[in-house]
Design a protein around this ligand. Structure first.
Ligand SMILES: [Ca+2]
Ligand SMILES: [Ca+2]
Length: 350
């Protein structure tokens, strides 16, 4: 092809392309501008939203930091509480153990106190057996104690079965041989304060003192040949008892009595039931005994009580009251069989 033609064709092509491109450009500018505007608006909205989200993020970050702090505080509190709980738990265990220990200590102490109280009561009983006449029977008028004057009694009665004669001989022997002496002071529990706790008698406190009284055993009185009225009566009761038991082999019922006079004096006596409505009175301290023809004897109760009452009336120291005790020789325990005027005693001798 001719180079001139070729250059012309190229020129035409370049021109055509330039004109076509300009047309396309114009057309496309018309078409895209509204979209660009819309995108710009959207972009602006998104930008605003981003800003708002940024602010929210900031605010949330602050909140998060606050919450984080609170969590840390709570963690610290939780740890503190856990420690406190653990300490409380230990204390509780310790207290539980202490309470258990206290409970067992308390029971031990209560047992100890109960034993101690019972020992004090027993001690008081023992002391009283030395200084309180009625309570001395358990020490002075048991079979075992009374047997200890059997030899002396036998030597006095010489195994004679003449009962009233020999009871008289014993009466006389004691009157003639026992030197009257005053008692010494003997320790005594003078007051004792107890209270009941869980059915146990607990001694709260007690006070020791002295009493001017000492009760001798029959053996001691007979051996030392001295004593006061109480010692005399106990020795007489024991000698009568062993005489009846070992020589006479016939037991009359004997009672120890305490007679009270209108003047306030008191002293012990012996009454013996010699049969139905028959009585024999032994009152060496008052100087009275039941006699017939000058010998020891028994009498009808009505008759003898009248005589006994008259005896004290004549002495101008009238009888006020008598208490009669029956003694169990097994252990020296006693019961009151009658208490009142002589009239009130009569039933005992029926
Ligand atoms: Ca005495
Ligand atoms: Ca005495």
């Amino acid at each position: 092809m001719d180079p001139k033609v070729t250059g012309l064709l190229i020129l035409i092509f370049v021109l055509g392309a330039s004109i076509g491109g300009g047309a396309v450009y114009w057309w496309s500018g018309e078409y895209y501008n509204p979209q660009i505007e819309s995108l710009k608006i959207q972009y602006q909205l998104l930008d605003d939203q981003k800003e708002s989200l940024d602010q929210q993020y900031l605010s949330l970050s602050v909140s998060f930091q606050n919450i984080l702090h609170e969590k840390n505080d709570l963690d610290v509190m939780y740890n503190t509480l856990t420690e406190e709980f653990s300490s409380l738990e230990n204390n509780y265990m310790q207290l539980s153990n202490d309470i258990r220990k206290l409970g067992s200590d308390y029971n031990e102490s209560l047992d100890y106190l109960t034993d101690l109280s019972s020992n004090i009561a027993s001690f008081q009983n023992t002391l009283d057996s030395y200084s309180v006449f009625i309570k001395s029977f358990q020490r002075t008028l048991t079979e075992v104690e009374m047997n200890k004057v059997n030899a002396t009694t036998s030597s006095i009665t010489n195994y004679s079965l003449d009962e009233w004669y020999n009871l008289g001989r014993i009466y006389d022997w004691l009157n003639n041989n026992i030197v009257k002496i005053q008692d010494n002071y003997f320790p005594q529990i003078v007051s004792i304060d107890t209270f009941l706790y869980k059915d146990r008698e607990i001694v709260n406190e007690f006070e020791m003192g002295f009493i001017e009284n000492y009760i001798q055993t029959p053996e001691f009185t007979v051996l030392k040949k001295q004593g006061d009225g109480e010692d005399h009566i106990l020795a007489e009761y024991a000698m009568n008892y062993v005489y009846m038991k070992y020589t006479l082999k016939k037991m009359y019922q004997m009672y120890v009595g305490i007679i009270s006079l209108e003047n306030g004096n008191q002293h012990p006596i012996i009454m013996l039931k010699a049969g139905t409505n028959l009585v024999s009175i032994f009152d060496p301290i008052g100087g009275f005994r039941t006699t017939k023809n000058g010998n020891m004897a028994y009498e009808n109760v009505d008759f003898e009580f009248t005589a006994y009452e008259s005896y004290y009336n004549v002495k101008k120291t009238p009888l006020k009251e008598v208490t009669l005790y029956e003694i169990n020789p097994e252990d020296g325990t006693s019961i009151i069989v009658a208490k009142g005027s002589l009239l009130d005693l009569k039933n005992v001798f029926n």
